[in-house]
Design a protein around this ligand. Structure first.
Ligand SMILES: [Zn+2]
Length: 264
């Protein structure tokens, strides 16, 4: 099976200063989601979040954009606002998704432990906005602000939990369960019941034959859980799709939900 590596495009950054994004919003020319839709940022005090917001810039991340290449230094941290990013690992040209990060967390956390190089390949799964912060700026904020450091530790714990759970999921759970889980994750990240998705991309992400993904999507359509057409998915029965998913969706979701309620 062809892996994702061959189809990854070069970085195509389209960035603008945070202040400019808000200015455009106030002029009703552009609807920019607020960075504090990101749970990490919203969990911080006004003073702590201001340190990051002052140095951040909202950037649009296109589908399949590669944020980090394996073993290459991580120069920026990303806080997803309405996009979703995947960490993929693999060998011999095939990659398998081990973690999905949306607005509940931030991307680049392992590099805070040792920035000798990124672990795995990190790509954009669901196109959208994120706030980018220079790695050195973020490292300084973590070193000087205990509340930010505490949040980073909690996020790392949740990420480790997710990676371990993903390992079990790929071995223990069916393609249908994994597809249902993935669709629910996309809904959470997008903050919308409707989002763009090709079945080819989904089959690459969970590393199974496209025919298997087609079968699962067809079953969900027949059951009335989703509508699908022209690369656009609409989830119309969330409880139904949750019943088709494995327990991993809730287990990992509970870990990230815990972050929002754990005080520093
Ligand atoms: Zn699972």
């Amino acid at each position: 099976m062809a892996g994702l590596r061959a189809s990854l495009p070069d970085c195509d950054r389209q960035e603008w200063p945070l202040s400019a994004a808000f200015e455009m919003t106030s002029m009703a020319r552009y609807e920019a989601p607020h960075p504090k839709r990101n749970s990490f940022l919203s969990s911080l005090s006004a003073q702590d979040s201001r340190v990051l917001l002052a140095h951040g810039e909202v950037t649009h991340l296109k589908l399949k954009r590669q944020l980090y290449a394996e073993n290459r230094p991580v120069e920026s941290i990303y806080f997803p606002i309405d996009c979703v990013v995947s960490i993929l690992v693999g060998s011999e040209g095939s990659l398998l998704e081990m973690a999905t990060i949306g607005h509940e967390g931030f991307v680049g956390a392992p590099a805070l432990l040792d920035n000798g190089g990124a672990i795995g390949t990190t790509i954009v799964q669901l196109e959208g906005k994120a706030m980018r912060v220079d790695m050195k700026v973020f490292q300084r904020a973590v070193a000087r602000r205990p509340a930010i450091e505490h949040r980073v530790k909690l996020s790392l714990y949740a990420l480790i939990f997710q990676i371990m759970q993903s390992g079990a999921c790929h071995h223990l759970h069916t393609i249908e369960q994994q597809c249902a889980r993935w669709l629910l994750l996309m809904r959470d990240g997008a903050g919308s019941d409707t989002f763009l998705l090709t079945q080819e991309f989904l089959s690459e992400i969970i590393c199974v034959r496209r025919a298997s993904v087609n079968l699962a999507v067809g079953l969900f359509r027949q059951a009335g859980y989703i509508r699908y057409g022209r690369g656009r998915v609409t989830i119309v029965d969330v409880p139904g799709l949750e019943s088709a998913s494995c327990s991993c969706y809730k287990l990992v979701g509970d870990q990230y939900a815990r972050l929002a309620y754990t005080s520093a």
